[in-house]
Structure formats: structure tokens, C-alpha cells
Design a protein around this ligand. Structure first.
Ligand SMILES: *Cc1c(COP(=O)(O)O)cnc(C)c1O
Length: 204
């Protein structure tokens, strides 16, 4: 159902003016993957626009950047490890708005890679659900580039179904980028993270 799909425009590596231009076009959800870039960009935009926009953080987040990220971001798509969860719980107490999180899944065969193994999702999700000041939106994944993305989107959909058994509200799925969003929608994505297909090529 297309109406249930939310578009998050990824503006990384673009000038902050692009965000203002997109606000003029009606866009309200923006995503960034590096705090060093996103924090000043969000402030630059806030000084020039009164629109209520939502910043989504979608990249690897170092624990020591959490406080800074929560100055603007109210949705974290990349909760991928216990130490980050601890840092988020600590900093979200002082955050200006409630913080929503997606648990990022490890979709590779390599358990040492970032992200929560689908087999450990329930355990990890329970720790998020027990926290007082984070709300668990659902699961997030980045499909591998070297195979049919449907393989990973199916894994994400199954993990989502498993999660909804313990938390019916955690029903959202952050999946799909410029090159694979159509397949992601087929597998129930609710939040698409689209960069280049909307913004054109990045400068870096
Ligand atoms: C950059 C990025 C995107 C957007 O990628 P495009 O291919 O430009 O659509 C989505 N998700 C994450 C985590 C990203 O870092």
C-alpha cells in the first residue's frame, strides 16, 4: 500500500540549501549518515525555516556522537549494537523530543559485521522495549549489492513479523534505497531511504 510508505530523503554530501529547496517542495523527512555533517546542516536549516521537519539518522553512529545527534534527530535507523543502545538510553533522557529507533539487522553471513543477527533480535528488542525513553519503531536493513536484494528484504520481513509478535507497535520497516526501493516495497518497507534518485549525484 503506497500510502503507508514514508519517504526519507537522504541529503548527505549535499549543501544545506538543498534541504530548504526540498522543504519548499513539501518534503518534511530528511536523513543523514554522519553527525559531523548533519549537526551543522540541521542548525543552518532551523535558522532559515520554521517548518516542523524530522531528521532521521541512518548511518553508523559512534557512541560519543549520540548526544550531538539527538540535538536534531528524532529517529535513529541504525541501532546496531548494545553499546549504542546504552548510549542512546542515557542521552535520550535529555533529548528535546521522544526518540524512535529501528534495530539494524546484520544481513551478511558474517556475524562479526555490524548489526543485530536476526536470531538475536528478540533478545535485543526486549532491551529496547524495557528502556523508558526510546520507542521501538521496527527493523532496518541495507540489502547486499552483490545479489538479488529480495533475499535480504525477505529476511527483513521475516524479522519484522517476529518482532511484531512481541511488540505489535514495532511494525515499521526501514528498507530500500535508490536502486532497490521497488523490491523493498514488495516486501513491506514502510520507510524508504532515498538519496541519489531524488537529489542527483553527490559531490563526494
Ligand atoms: C546514503 C544512504 C542511503 C541513500 O542511498 P541512495 O543510493 O543515494 O539512495 C540510504 N541508506 C543509508 C544507510 C545511506 O547511507
Amino acid at each position: 500500500m503506497a500510502s503507508d510508505v514514508e519517504l526519507v530523503v537522504i541529503t548527505k554530501n549535499h549543501e544545506p540549501q538543498l534541504v530548504l529547496d526540498l522543504i519548499d517542495l513539501g518534503e518534511r523527512n530528511f536523513g543523514e549518515n554522519r553527525d559531523q555533517e548533519a549537526n551543522p546542516k540541521s542548525k543552518w536549516v532551523a535558522e532559515r525555516s520554521d517548518e516542523a521537519i524530522t531528521w532521521h539518522f541512518v548511518g553508523q553512529l559512534q557512541s560519543n556522537k549520540v548526544k550531538s545527534a539527538l540535538e536534531y534527530a528524532t529517529v535513529i535507523h541504525s541501532l546496531d549494537r548494545q553499546s549504542l543502545l546504552s548510549a542512546l538510553i542515557k542521552s535520550a533522557i535529555d533529548a528535546p523530543k521522544p526518540v524512535g529507533v529501528f534495530v539494524q539487522l546484520n544481513l551478511t553471513e558474517d556475524a562479526a559485521r555490524g548489526g543485530i543477527e536476526p536470531a538475536n533480535l528478540e533478545h535485543f528488542a526486549n532491551a529496547v522495549l524495557e528502556s523508558q525513553n526510546l520507542y521501538l519503531l521496527g527493523v532496518m536493513g541495507v540489502a547486499a549489492l552483490d545479489r538479488d536484494p529480495r533475499i535480504d528484504f525477505e529476511t527483513i520481513a521475516k524479522a519484522s513479523a517476529q518482532l511484531q509478535k512481541i511488540s505489535a507497535d514495532s511494525k515499521y520497516i526501514s528498507a530500500g534505497m535508490s536502486h532497490d526501493f521497488e523490491a523493498a516495497i514488495e516486501f513491506g518497507a514502510t520507510h524508504l531511504r532515498i538519496g541519489t534518485a531524488i537529489t542527483g549525484n553527490r559531490s563526494k
